[in-house]
Design a protein around this ligand. Structure first.
Ligand code: NAD
Length: 268
């Protein structure tokens, strides 16, 4: 018996094999989960090929800026999964590249709205549609990907930091609303990982270097490690946990701004 046997799982945010959502999908599939994928229409063909590797032919195209596409996407989930859903993974973020560097001050009204709509509002909209399906399943687990740039300043992360702060509070409010229905809502704050989206952040290499040189564990994390934490949150092992943000980041977020390299065991 595997941890996720019989569990119906919707994964959003796979763009390619480097996507954190893809590492999560592999982990949840290995644990016995039955997967459906929600992706941007422009990624549809690529995601269909990837989904086949995990025995899934359920790939639903949806641009989260469009309410009717979200509604239609969840109708497709409803029919593919016989009106039940146990786990929803939200791994979606976007901001104008011009606003992911330099001074935060220059953020435009349009860029602000776009980043928050795609990266934070979509979690609320997804949760609204997932709710009846999770009720039919006797409860559920909603998991969103966040970053410590939503808790403190990470130079260059700018508007995405504001969007992640909104996402983090949305996790809390959703957890409050849905808790009585045994629907848990949690976040994973991942350390920096090279993906299509992260490469758009101006100082991203700096974040990688900082984690490898200063974090308690003196290394960066892998997408598979995020996948393993998602497995915990998707499974009944985390049945008492909601409204929580788990930091999978080698511990770097416990530090104040590090100014000198953390000594290795050899140097201590
Ligand atoms: P990624 O580019 O692989 O994933 C981002 C996904 O968002 C893509 O699949 C993209 O198609 C999707 N997306 C963007 N706009 C969309 C829209 N309008 N409608 C539907 N989908 C849309 O990059 P990733 O790094 O795997 O990002 C996944 C999540 O992890 C994001 O929330 C990101 O902020 C978060 N995260 C990433 C890192 C990192 O270092 N890579 C660290 C912490 C948190």
């Amino acid at each position: 018996m595997k941890l996720l046997d019989g569990k119906k799982i919707l994964i959003s945010g796979v763009a390619n094999q480097k996507s954190i959502a893809w590492a999560i999908a592999k982990c949840l599939h290995d644990a016995g989960g039955q997967l459906a994928f929600l992706c941007l229409p422009s990624n549809g063909r690529r995601v269909k090929k990837l989904a086949q590797q995990l025995c899934s032919d359920i790939v639903i195209e949806c641009d989260v800026r469009n309410d009717s596409q979200i509604e239609q996407a969840f109708k497709s989930v409803d029919s593919a999964f016989q009106s039940e859903l146990h786990t929803l993974v939200h791994s979606i973020a976007y901001a104008n590249i011009a606003e992911l560097g330099g001074e935060f001050l220059k953020v435009s009204r349009e860029g602000w709205g776009l980043a928050l709509e795609i990266s934070a509002y979509s979690l609320v909209a997804f949760s609204r549609y997932a709710r009846p399906l999770m009720n039919n399943a006797g409860g559920g687990s909603i998991i969103a990907l966040t970053y410590s740039g939503g808790e403190r300043v990470v130079p260059g992360y700018n508007i995405m930091g504001v969007a992640k702060a909104a996402l983090n509070m949305s996790i809390s409010y959703l957890a409050y609303d849905l808790g009585p229905e045994n629907i848990r809502v949690n976040g994973i704050s991942s350390g920096p990982i090279i993906t299509m989206s992260s490469m758009m952040v101006e100082d991203f290499n700096n974040a990688l270097e900082l984690t490898s040189k200063h974090s308690p564990m003196l290394r960066n994390i892998s997408a598979e490690e995020v996948g393993n934490s998602a497995l915990y949150l998707a499974s009944d092992l985390s049945s008492g946990l909601t409204g929580e943000i788990i930091h999978v980041d080698s511990g770097v977020s416990i530090l104040m701004a590090p100014s000198k390299a953390h000594p290795t065991p050899m140097e201590r």
